[in-house]
Design a protein around this ligand. Structure first.
Ligand code: SIN
Length: 494
């Protein structure tokens, strides 16, 4: 077992980035109650045994964050910014190792992992800058001897639960904004991918981020840890990225202490190709927005609607572009799609696909596991004749399956696209400027890619409407989500 653990990380330049236990108050804590295994989804091998933490360690982490809050929020924005920049530089310096750790535990192609490391780090540099612009406001007062001032202040201790699909960037998108605002932070990363989080903790120490400002709690008892994070009155804000059903439970738990919340939940993204679209660009956009992380992204395309006049031409180009995509171990050169995260994910996709085919969908490409590669390698798949009644249309697939439907009119496709309780990302391709504005206004989504599939970046407000969540991450709006407004009414100035 030790050899396996060692050999997986043997090619890292800096093996001290690999840790196996929670990081609380600037220290890696040995476990009290055993260990859990982290496996490589590409081959099932054991990567590491990580110390279990539960409610006790979570409370310790919150206590550490609460103790660190006064000094951290009291530091100048420039001081916080400088430490965040140092953290960012270390991430850049170690990007190859961070990417390798990420691919090993998560499975995505190494090139995508590198992309995620840079994406995650970009939040740190962006919020390091934005920390200095947490400006308040002066408002014309109601009386001549008064002055109204509005301050933005750090909200306090922030707790977060982050998912396995972006084990680096989903932590940093929250932590960078929180730390920039002056908050301290406790995160529970997914138990499937804790190593990326712990590598960030190692770099936080090296950057000189004070003890207690950034804490990581690793454990498999998500329910117990989640209970503490959502109910402890020392936590002022709770931020979650994950599924809508789990988000609803956590949101309800946060009600007991009326926490501020950010919820980045599931989506069911439509991708609309109008008859005036640049088809080649739409095909490329669709591949990027569908097969990123093997389809395991909450902004991944779930439903594709193609207007009748271009249907056949679009489909022909799409099949031609999808068929050669290389499914492989993420570490292999040229890999474009890696394994799914686990057997549960594979079973869910197989079930959705079988149901759709039983109900009349037609399989044009893929549709099965590539057994030569291993049990978690699902082929890039295309099905057509998909209807809104099929479960695959109503469920966030989280896998490499493209579901194609035909439509005739703009009004029809807007109704089809909006026919879902969620509203995270959506995409459409058209070159008609009037249609672009009409459709963009009519789509009930928090984010819309128009002739563009890469919509995520640090400067933009990421988030959804309806059951896709609350709040925004990234951008100055994302900083605001970690602050509280304080109104000062200064009287007696006459
Ligand atoms: C997610 O899948 O939760 C995040 C994807 C992104 O940031 O683009």
């Amino acid at each position: 077992m030790t050899n396996q653990i060692n050999s997986a990380f043997a090619s890292l330049n800096d093996r001290a980035l690999v840790h196996h236990s929670s990081y609380i108050s600037g220290q890696f804590h040995p476990g009290r109650t055993g260990h859990f295994a982290v496996h490589n989804p590409a081959d099932g091998s054991l990567l590491a045994l990580v110390a279990e933490a539960g409610s006790t360690e979570t409370e310790q982490a919150i206590a550490a964050a609460a103790a660190a809050f006064s000094a951290w929020s009291g530091a100048t924005a420039a001081q916080r910014s400088a430490l965040l920049m140092r953290w960012y530089q270390l991430m850049q310096q170690h990007q190859h190792d961070l990417a390798r750790i990420l691919t090993l535990e998560q499975g995505k192609p190494l090139t995508e992992a590198m992309g995620e490391i840079n994406y995650g780090a970009s939040f740190v540099s962006w919020f390091a800058e934005e920390a200095k612009r947490m400006n308040g406001d002066i408002i014309p007062a109601a009386a001549t001897d008064q002055q109204i001032l509005v301050l933005k202040q750090a909200i306090g201790v922030v707790a977060a639960i982050t998912p396995w699909n972006f084990p680096n960037a989903m932590i940093l998108r929250k932590a960078a904004a929180a730390l920039a605002a002056g908050c301290t932070f406790v995160v529970k990363p997914s138990e499937l991918t804790p190593l990326s989080a712990l590598a960030l903790a190692e770099l936080a120490t090296r950057a000189g981020i004070p003890a207690g400002v950034f804490n990581v709690v690793t454990g498999t008892d998500a329910k117990a840890i989640g209970q503490v994070l959502t109910k402890d009155s020392r936590v002022a804000k709770f931020s979650f990225t994950g599924s809508t059903p789990v988000g609803k439970t956590l949101l309800a738990q946060c009600a007991s202490t009326v926490k501020k919340v950010s919820m980045e939940l599931g989506g069911n993204a439509p991708f609309i190709v109008f008859d005036d679209a640049d088809l080649a660009s739409a095909v490329q956009g669709l591949l990027a927005a569908k097969f990123r992380n093997a389809g395991q992204t909450c902004v991944c395309v779930n439903r594709v609607f193609v207007q009748r006049p271009v249907y056949d031409a679009f489909l022909a180009q799409l099949i031609q572009a999808t068929a050669p995509l290389k499914l492989a171990n993420g570490l292999e050169t040229g890999c474009q799609i890696g394994p799914l995260i686990n057997q549960t994910a594979v079973d869910k996709i197989a079930r959705l696909l079988d149901q759709a085919l039983d109900q009349g969908a037609e399989l044009l490409l893929g549709g099965a596991i590539d057994a030569d590669l291993g049990p978690l390698f699902f082929q890039p798949t295309i099905i057509t004749e998909v209807t809104p009644a099929m479960r695959i249309s109503q469920t966030e697939i989280f896998g490499p399956v493209l579901c194609i439907s035909l439509f005739d009119t703009e009004q029809e496709v807007i109704e089809l696209a909006n026919n879902t309780p969620t509203g995270l990302a959506s995409y459409f391709y058209s070159r008609d400027i009037g249609r672009i504005f009409r459709v963009a206004k009519a789509l009930h989504y928090g984010m819309i890619g128009i002739n563009e599939a890469s919509i995520s970046n640090a400067a933009a407000p990421f988030g959804g409407v309806k059951e896709s969540g609350l709040g925004r991450e990234g951008s100055s709006y994302g900083l605001d989500d970690f602050t509280e407004l304080k109104y000062l009414c200064l009287g007696g100035l006459g």
